[in-house]
Design a protein around this ligand. Structure first.
Ligand SMILES: Cc1cc2nc3c(=O)[nH]c(=O)nc-3n(C[C@H](O)[C@H](O)[C@H](O)COP(=O)(O)OP(=O)(O)OC[C@H]3O[C@@H](n4cnc5c(N)ncnc54)[C@H](O)[C@@H]3O)c2cc1C
Length: 474
């Protein structure tokens, strides 16, 4: 969830940076041609027209990675054929939904990218359920559900993929009322390392369903569709309070006591940096109901905001507002350059002044707090592997790389902040803000769920076909 995406993108710039690709089709062409012939969708190989457009994800930091092939699958059978091919050829394979992995894990060097963007059908089922193809992007999901008067709690960037988001948890502005996206996951269809497609439900594969509810994208196999329990699309009130940057510590001190005392209907987050001390969020209800609650926060901060916006809107209009009113195809074409890490807010920060100094110690740092609690905290560990149910929230730390020192300096800065936060708050972090340099990453992301998750990974991917740097099959 982002509160001030514009700030980030300003640092990042739109960066269609393409790197040179080999002019010739590499060795092993025969097997690849056989794969191409078997696919209903398209296959792009290095040197072929369309290869660059087909391979690139959201972050241009990873543009140097050159997959041996990008298969744009047309159906589940194509996914099965790709898995079978990668297993026989012994090459790395990675699924791609929205391509927003912070570590670029859906762009696999010298391997096969299984692009799911054509598997984006959204079907409204009886009983308020929805079957969503694994290649659908959040903007597409919100629009299709809104047309049926339904909503799904999920993230605010319209170009993030439903698959990566759900598989890692899925935090968003309705989270305290309706839970994480993965908490609404009822069943799925899945292609395992054996190349077989199977339904995943509480009846057919309870261990795998548990693991898909937060166990991280890229593990176990490839999900081809998700069936969710949706919620009614209610009229919402979204709000944004802009405080003077000098009161950042007061805002943190007030927010971390105020938010947990609020009803589930109220979700909020903070966007903090050298020039930002903002609190924004969403209320399932009316302005008349939320305004006194905001007055309470302002009283606790002890300083009036310089700007206060409170807007009542339908669900779809609210999600568009969080996406800064960008039209959906434009958002899907956007690219960026920044790095991120995270920690969990396991308890209120005891020294908000020290925290404020840390978060403003570099001019390009931007930190986003997202509230947990409410429905998120009420899901038992038997239902979902997402391990951070008791956290007050998550803390995402991001920094642009388009500055002197580039990516290395940006990673050094966020690493320093991450480690400092970890000393106070503990080692946990959010898998969807995956940081390739996260210390002891498996425990940080999966906590007590780790041993069982590794058992599930061994069961569905015994030979480690889906192994990657921070994957559970390693
Ligand atoms: C701008 C931006 C905004 C964000 N906002 C939010 C937010 O509001 N809330 C939140 O919780 N998170 C948010 N995130 C984090 C986001 O949830 C993760 O980056 C997520 O992994 C992206 O999913 P994707 O499908 O777009 O990415 P991808 O790069 O396509 O996939 C991510 C990982 O999942 C794997 N994967 C993809 N599809 C499948 C599949 N069908 N089956 C199995 N594995 C698969 C990939 O191989 C990769 O390892 C945001 C990230 C960005 C960059």
């Amino acid at each position: 969830m982002e509160l001030d995406r514009r700030t980030v993108l300003r640092w990042a710039g739109a960066v269609p940076a393409l790197v040179a690709v080999p002019a010739a089709i590499p060795e092993g062409g025969g097997e690849w041609e056989r794969l191409r012939a078997r696919l209903a969708g398209e296959l792009y190989r290095p040197g072929e027209p369309g290869y660059d457009e087909a391979r690139l994800g959201f972050f241009s930091l990873y543009d140097h990675r050159l997959p041996a092939g990008v298969a744009v699958c047309a159906n589940e059978d194509d996914v099965r054929r790709c898995v079978d091919f990668a297993a026989r050829q012994r090459i790395p394979i990675a699924a791609r939904s929205g391509g927003h992995s912070y570590a670029g894990y859906s762009l696999v060097d010298k391997g096969l990218v299984v692009d799911l963007s054509r598997l984006n059908a959204i079907e409204i089922l009886p009983g308020g359920r929805a079957k969503i193809g694994a290649g659908a992007l959040l903007g597409q999901v919100y629009e299709a559900l809104a047309a049926a008067g339904r909503a799904l709690p999920a993230g605010s960037c319209p170009a993030v993929g439903i698959a990566g988001l759900t598989l890692g948890g899925g935090i968003g502005v309705l989270g305290r009322k309706y839970g994480l996206t993965c908490d609404r996951l009822e069943s799925a269809r899945f292609v395992g390392a054996d190349g077989k497609a199977r339904p995943v439900s509480a009846e057919t594969a309870p261990d795998l369903l548990w693991a898909l509810r937060g166990g991280g994208g890229g593990n176990f196999g490839i999900v081809t569709s998700f069936t969710f329990r949706t919620a009614p699309a209610r009229t919402l009130t979204n709000f944004a309070l802009t405080f003077p940057p000098a009161v950042l510590a007061d805002l943190v001190a007030a927010w971390q006591e105020w938010q947990p005392a609020m009803p589930d209907e109220l979700w909020s987050g903070m966007g903090l940096g050298e020039t930002a001390a903002n609190c924004g969020g969403c209320f399932v209800g009316t302005p008349a109901q939320v305004n006194p609650l905001l007055d309470d926060l302002i009283r606790r901060v002890g300083t009036e905001p310089t700007e206060r916006k409170v807007t009542e809107q339908g669900h779809l209009a609210t999600m568009r507002a969080f996406a800064e009113e960008k039209d959906f195809p434009a958002a899907a074409r956007e690219r960026a350059d920044y790095v991120a890490t995270s920690r969990m807010l396991t308890h209120p920060v005891p020294d908000p002044d020290a925290l404020a100094s840390l978060l403003t110690s570099d001019p390009l740092l931007y930190t986003i707090f997202d509230a947990y609690g409410g429905a998120i905290a009420r899901v038992p560990s038997s239902e979902s592997c997402f391990p951070h149910r008791d956290a007050l929230g998550s803390i995402q730390v991001i920094r642009g790389t388009a500055a002197p020192g580039g990516e290395a300096e940006a990673r050094r800065v966020i690493g320093r902040v991450r480690d400092e936060l970890g000393r106070e708050l503990g080692p946990a972090g959010y898998i969807n803000y995956i940081d390739p340099e996260m210390p002891d990453w498996a425990k940080a992301y999966y906590g007590e769920s780790l041993p069982r998750l590794r058992r599930v990974a061994r069961k569905y991917d015994p030979d480690g076909l889906f192994a990657f740097e921070q994957g559970l099959a390693r």
